[in-house]
Design a protein around this ligand. Structure first.
Ligand code: CTP
Ligand code: MG
Length: 182
């Protein structure tokens, strides 16, 4: 099923993005709040804002990459029909694409915050549809260095990601892992 194939491909990006947010609630990590822009401003607006930390970037990239590695390793064993990439990839390729999907997702999120600040939108305020798709755009573009899943999968992902993002955000909000519901 193409939706399953699309999800398996993008899951490391989802995990990286969720773990960046989750890093805020993890006891040993939450005290490390150094922002990536080191608190600097440009034209009297923050470059990125306090919502983009090294903690989130590093933790998200790490967990997303590990997750992707385990998942593709499993997918290789199971031999999904459509997911030929995972069946034929070497361990190095699997590690690389997991890293690119994870790091790219968080870089997409960072670029979004940069643009958001230039438009004068405050950290944490909603900016649809970019808050919902920044990590998707970043993950797809970065991983395309080694693998592009095809336009039909990209289209499916742009349709389902905002829905999944909305549902997980509501859940995270209800679990008090996130302070706003968007
Ligand atoms: N987060 C982080 N480091 C990152 C990304 C996210 O620490 N690289 C954490 C921050 O605590 C952030 C939360 O996850 O507040 C939610 O992430 P996001 O919605 O991307 O950030 P916002 O605070 O909404 O900021 P922005 O308006 O810049 O998107
Ligand atoms: Mg946000």
């Amino acid at each position: 099923m193409i939706i399953l194939e699309a999800l398996i491909y993008i899951l490391p990006s989802y995990v990286a993005n969720s773990c960046a947010t989750l890093s805020l609630s993890i006891p040993i990590l939450k005290k490390w709040t150094t922002p990536i822009d080191f608190g600097n401003s440009w034209n009297s607006k923050r470059i990125l804002g306090d919502g983009k930390t090294f903690r989130g970037l590093i933790f998200g990239t790490l967990i997303g990459t590990i997750f992707g590695f385990l998942q593709y390793f499993l997918a290789q064993r199971i031999e999904f029909d459509n997911i030929s990439f995972y069946n034929n990839a070497s361990i190095e390729e699997i590690l690389l694409i997991s890293f690119l999907l994870s790091f790219g997702a968080l870089l997409g999120d960072i670029v979004k915050s940069f643009i958001k600040r230039r438009f004068g939108i405050k950290r944490g305020r909603p900016w649809p549809p970019f808050d919902q798709t920044d990590f998707l755009i970043g993950g797809i573009i970065f991983s395309a260095i080694v693998y592009f899943p095809g336009w039909s999968i990209v289209l499916i992902l742009f349709i389902i990601t905002p829905i999944i993002h909305f549902l997980t955000n509501i859940t995270a909000y209800l679990l008090k892992l996130k302070s706003v519901w968007w």
